[in-house]
Design a protein around this ligand. Sequence first.
Ligand code: SAH
Length: 372
Amino acid sequence: MMNDCSPKHDLLGLSQPQMTSMLGELGEKPYRTNQVMKWLHHRFVDDFSQMTDISKKLRAEFENIAEIVEPKVISEKCSTDGTRKWLMQSRSGSAFETVYIPEDSRGTLCVSSQVGCALDCKFCSTGKQGFNSNLTSGEIVGQLRVVERILAAQRSDSEQKVTNVVFMGMGEPLLNADQVIPAVSVMMDDLGYGISKRKVTISTAGVVPGIQRLKENTDASLAVSLHAPNDQLRDQLVPINRKYPIAELLDACRDYALNLGEKRTVTIEYILLDGVNDQAQHVRELIELLRDFPCKINLIPFNGFPGSGFKRPSSRAVRFFQEKLVQAGYATMVRTTRGEDIDAACGQLAGKVEDRTKRSSRYQKIAQQMVD
Ligand code: SAH
């Protein structure tokens, strides 16, 4: 039972089992879960009084103990290529970004899982700003709800819809697994947004215990930001590698893929940085490293931002890298850059992070522990 000081239940973020258990505590039957989740995620209701098939008593109780809160949209930018980026506000007052990328046959939503990021990958603009806070499950699901709502309202002239979700916005999802796991569940649930498990992708810089935890809790798709073919280089580019080196990371991925079955594989993401990890020796090493590791490879030509110190390789160099991998038998795609004119491309999401890592010794310690 809740008392006056308990925080209210954040309904948007509750997975089906969590919702059933909360309703059970209120003495409600499991079928209520269906009703409430449909109001929340299919009909986008924001007000308990609109939940007309639910008893007055439960509605009154909800007023006291529960809330439906979407992140607030602060601003929107639209790219010439149709990509849209929203700056949203978390409950804690910090700003984060969400990007929608329309394509002919699909619409991909790129969601944030944290405000800022503690991992400090050297080529990432979010990382440069430090870590501020975790988003809640409700705020993660809320990004999808807000965008679905906006698209639905504008759908008369186009058939835009979110068909895919990627956790490739701000933050490291597996350092916020407590919130990401229920959010993913709502996204894939038919009572939620019904997005296929193959079309919800969690991207990680390599938090090995997080991958193990994910395996026990979801069958969403997994992408791993490898970015280097050996530990020496990866230690520099993706500092969390010093804690979870490549061999351990690939083992965890293999395990994850085995658990998925159905011939599903993990996606390897590999950013291409001019002169740093895009040379003939790197592709040779990468092919050797991934021998016997069933995967798809996504090459991401570096997206620049001021002061990054890196350059995007020429298209010739990108093609060379791709061809070598294809010849070695790997399904290899080059991720096309979308929304660059509005800083919406991978690694450019900045939001307006007030970095707490640099200001508080407590956060500094947390960030340090992550890479030690
Ligand atoms: N923390 C997660 C999600 C990050 S963003 C992860 O590391 O996977 C998704 C992808 O964009 C990651 O592969 C990330 O390494 C990549 N990325 C980051 N900065 C980039 C940049 N400037 N250019 C291109 N890709 C970038």
